[in-house]
Design a protein around this ligand. Sequence first.
Ligand code: SAM
Length: 294
Amino acid sequence: MADLGNIGRTLQVLDKYNFNFRKNYGQNFLIDDHILNKIVDAAGITKDDLVLEIGPGIGTMTQYLCERAGKVIAVEIDSSLIPILKDTLSAYDNVTVINEDILKVDIRKLSDEQNGGKPIKVVANLPYYITTPIVMGLFESHVPLKSITVMVQKEVAERMQTGPGSKDYGALSLAVAYYSKAKVVATVSPSCFIPKPNVESSVIHMEVYDTPPVTVEDEAFLFAVIRACFNQRRKTLVNSLSNAGNLHVSKEQIRLAIEEMGKPETIRGETFTLEEFATLSNLLKKILAKQVTL
Ligand code: SAM
């Protein structure tokens, strides 16, 4: 029975192990049973699922996941939490704890070995200092994924869901839109954690598409174009893309593509929708293939 979703039991465990929070690991542990159930409900976990949990902490959400999932793999960087997890998860035989930095784990290999390559679900109360590399890494590595349900900083959830015209619009928003259908399922106050973070949080559920909503010839090139554009977001597309060392496109080639799209030469990429970025990257690929140099 999950027993860690409250402050009393959590303090008992922290005290028993004389645990010291490590701020640099983004350690804010959940102490709210209602929110924990909401996260696991939003993820739609069933006994058919293999769940990857990033950063189990003392095992609070892990307990809830173990009760609903077929199997849980929990990856925790802080070795001082490993003996605690052994204790708090001792009642469950469907969990494997890995003491590793999630950014160094070969998740594709893990899913092949543990789930026969079938799509897995990721559920986490993420360490906020590496939210973007974790989410982008999951998407771009093409690990077979059904969904990602994560607690993130409220502002990051807003960036994940926004479109052109917002200052929060960027590469993360476009990656989320390209790979998934996203929905914020809860906003969470600092008082639901120990210690309290300085920011509000949101739970975002991303249902990963089988096929992305736009067709691109070269996905890596699309995201290279998007990154180049937002690295210099106040510049025109012609300047930001031609300045990017990795794209190898000339100003004239970019002008040609923009003209073909019926857009003015002075346009900035931050005004482009996902569909327009897809069209632009396909046109640039075509122009590059023809080696149209003017
Ligand atoms: N899941 C727990 C909960 O909800 O109470 C803890 C969440 S806490 C916000 C983030 C957890 O991620 C911490 O346990 C922290 O040690 C761990 N963590 C931080 N960086 C990590 C990394 N690179 N790889 C794996 N775990 C990490």
